[in-house]
Design a protein around this ligand. Structure first.
Ligand code: TXA
Ligand code: MG
Length: 331
């Protein structure tokens, strides 16, 4: 199959909407990462997503809507969820809700709940509108690769496996959505993501955060975990972590490895003439460029040594991703 990259203009968006209606799959940008979408009511089309990604059938998909009222078509919405939908959608927040029967079980991997979000990205919203149906989509990477934040990343992973990629440029956040399971009391955070959990708690009160880190660890036991081509390790965050990182870097270099350090801009000077990648001035910038920088450096380096960051806010999200990418390998 030839994979076309189409600029996300009006004509191409409507062409892609038609393709989705006709049972095809389309990669498209959102504010978090690129998604690989199909008509959420079409089990055969959805199956193409699992095949293209090599995704286990046990891993359910998120349904994307272009209008808040569409959420009620696929899920039962309670009053607490209603408050989050009002306040934070469109946005990088995914709610897990009781599913309605119209949603085929392949989308939810047989679960009686469904994950739903309304992306805050003009191309994603127009595409879903043009398709005229809710669009189920996982991240548009091959399973076990970092989520794609540009059309080129999608192409690198899925060339020859999908017909079309809508190119809407770089994803503004570069990090997946925050997922909250609203069917538990209190609601439970299933994945820390681009929306700070504190923002959610301001609206609905305190949520269960106990599995934010441990769930990532249980993920590691699954056969298809999330690994970059270059090995990744990371340091816990503490005063003086640069000393540990430097000595690890030197040992690995001596052993014939080609390491690179991921660090905050303000720390770059602590690593002398060792290879470093500055990840930005803020934890948010670091988190948002992580996937992109991994794909960039893995061409020339076989080991990434990442600085840790303090827990809290997007720092927590970043640590869960580092935990997953490193298989828990903390130096
Ligand atoms: O930002 C995002 O969320 C991106 C963009 C494309 O929207 N999507 C994304 O999808 O990251 P994916 O499939 O890569 O990750 C979705 C996660 C998976 O870990 C899946 O297990 C979980 O959501 N999930 C989906 N439906 C669920 C459900 N009914 N119950 C619990 N977890 C669910
Ligand atoms: Mg994914």
């Amino acid at each position: 199959m030839k994979t076309q990259i189409l600029l996300a203009n009006g004509e191409n968006i409507s062409k892609c909407g038609e393709m989705i209606r006709a049972g095809e799959i389309v990669a498209f940008p959102t504010e978090t990462v690129y998604g690989l979408g199909a008509n959420a009511f079409d089990a055969l089309a959805t199956d193409k997503i699992f095949k293209a990604k090599g995704r286990p059938a046990t891993n359910p998909l998120i349904i994307h809507v272009s209008d808040k009222s569409q959420i009620g078509q696929v899920a039962e919405v309670d009053s607490l969820s209603e408050m989050l939908i009002e306040a934070l959608m469109p946005g990088a927040l995914t709610l897990v809700l009781p599913k309605k029967d119209v949603v085929p079980s392949i989308v939810t991997a047989g679960n009686d709940t469904v994950a739903v979000r309304m992306p805050d990205h003009p191309v994603a919203l127009s595409l879903i509108k043009e398709a005229g149906v809710p669009v189920c989509a996982p991240s548009a990477n091959t399973s076990s690769r970092p989520s794609p934040t540009t059309a080129d990343h999608v192409y690198d992973d899925l060339c020859g496996k999908i017909p079309v990629i809508l190119d809407g440029g770089k994803c503004p956040f570069g990090l997946e959505s925050t997922i909250i399971n609203m069917t538990e009391t209190p609601p439970r955070v299933l994945r820390a993501g681009s929306v700070d959990i504190a923002e959610v708690e301001q609206i609905i009160g305190s949520v269960n955060k106990s599995s934010v880190m441990t769930d990532q660890l249980s993920e590691l036991k699954k056969p298809m975990h999330f690994v970059p081509q270059a090995e990744l390790v990371f340091s816990a965050y503490y005063e003086g972590m640069s000393v540990t990182i430097n000595s690890y870097f030197d040992r690995m270099t001596m052993a014939g490895r080609r390491p690179i350090i991921f660090c905050m801009n303000s720390n770059a000077g602590k690593y002398d003439d060792r290879a470093v990648m500055s990840m930005g001035d803020t934890v948010k910038a670091y988190a948002g460029s992580l996937f992109e920088k991994i794909r960039e450096v893995e061409k020339n380096h076989d080991l990434i040594i990442a600085e840790g960051v303090p827990l809290g806010g997007i720092g927590t999200t970043l640590l869960t991703r580092l935990m997953k990418l490193s298989n828990g390998n903390v130096i």
